[in-house]
Design a binder for this molecule. Structure first.
Ligand code: URA
Length: 239
């Protein structure tokens, strides 16, 4: 919990003294209730603060959910090709957001962007076993043998050892859900290709507690909700 006057002053928009004055004038609201004393405290990751009925973002970090379209690199910059950062407004790019993990250029779906390096590090660590779920369309159909092979932990042609992974056939088994606890380069494509079922298209549905918002069209983004942020931070504490 943090003092509300400190949270508001940390945005750089007002000095501590100005914030005190705003509070005294009854212009500051926390979760819809007027703040009456500067020393009142709130959870910075969860509280919704408003000054003159305008929401003020006081979170020390920013968390963005993006529906990555095909054709963009999961990088912060590239000399020749567009990146997912090109989909964000200038003021967010200036904050130094970066994608948490990479999706291939032709992979679509859930991408989290943040400036919270510690969270990104923990989410990506294979030791932390944060599940990522992908929907893959393959040539041919996946079968029970493929399910067993992924569950056993595959060793790929170049000797790469994969942790046990989930495989669930959908529809006519030319589509499947793949659940990974790690994120090695081209991992889903390489595992399924090694089973003789090359991937035609790949889409990430979820990462830990975060599920791609079905209301977000490809190329669109939104800030995580307070609930999603709280779940991520909770995960960070427990893993
Ligand atoms: N596995 C892949 O092969 N590609 C991705 O983009 C993500 C996981």
């Amino acid at each position: 919990m943090e003092r509300i006057d400190k949270l508001l002053a940390s945005t750089g928009k007002w000095s501590r003294r100005e914030v005190k004055e705003l509070i005294r004038q009854g212009r500051v609201f926390a979760d819809g209730r007027p703040v009456s004393r500067p020393e009142e405290k709130a959870d910075p990751a969860a509280v919704r603060l408003e000054v003159d009925a305008e929401q003020v973002d006081c979170t020390p970090y920013v968390y963005v959910m993006l529906h990555k379209p095909a054709g963009l690199l999961s990088a912060t910059e590239d000399r020749d090709q567009p990146t997912v950062l090109d989909l964000l407004p200038e003021q967010l790019r200036r904050r130094g957001l970066f994608p948490v993990g990479r999706l291939d250029k032709d992979t679509t779906g859930l991408l989290l962007l943040t400036d919270d390096g510690a969270l990104a590090h923990r989410l990506l660590s294979p030791k932390k076993h944060v599940d990522k779920v992908y929907r893959a369309r393959v040539e041919g159909r996946v079968d029970e043998e493929d399910v067993r092979a992924l569950a056993a932990g595959m060793v790929l042609g170049d000797g790469l050892r994969c942790l046990p992974a989930g495989l669930e056939p959908l529809e006519d088994a030319s589509v499947c859900l793949v659940t990974l606890r790690e994120g090695k380069y081209h991992q889903v494509k390489r595992m399924l290709a090694a089973r003789g079922k090359p991937v035609i298209s790949l889409h990430r549905l979820s990462m830990g507690p975060l599920t791609l918002d079905i209301g977000l069209k490809p190329g669109k983004w939104r800030f995580l909700t307070q609930e999603e942020r709280a779940e991520l931070l909770e995960l960070e504490r427990t893993i």
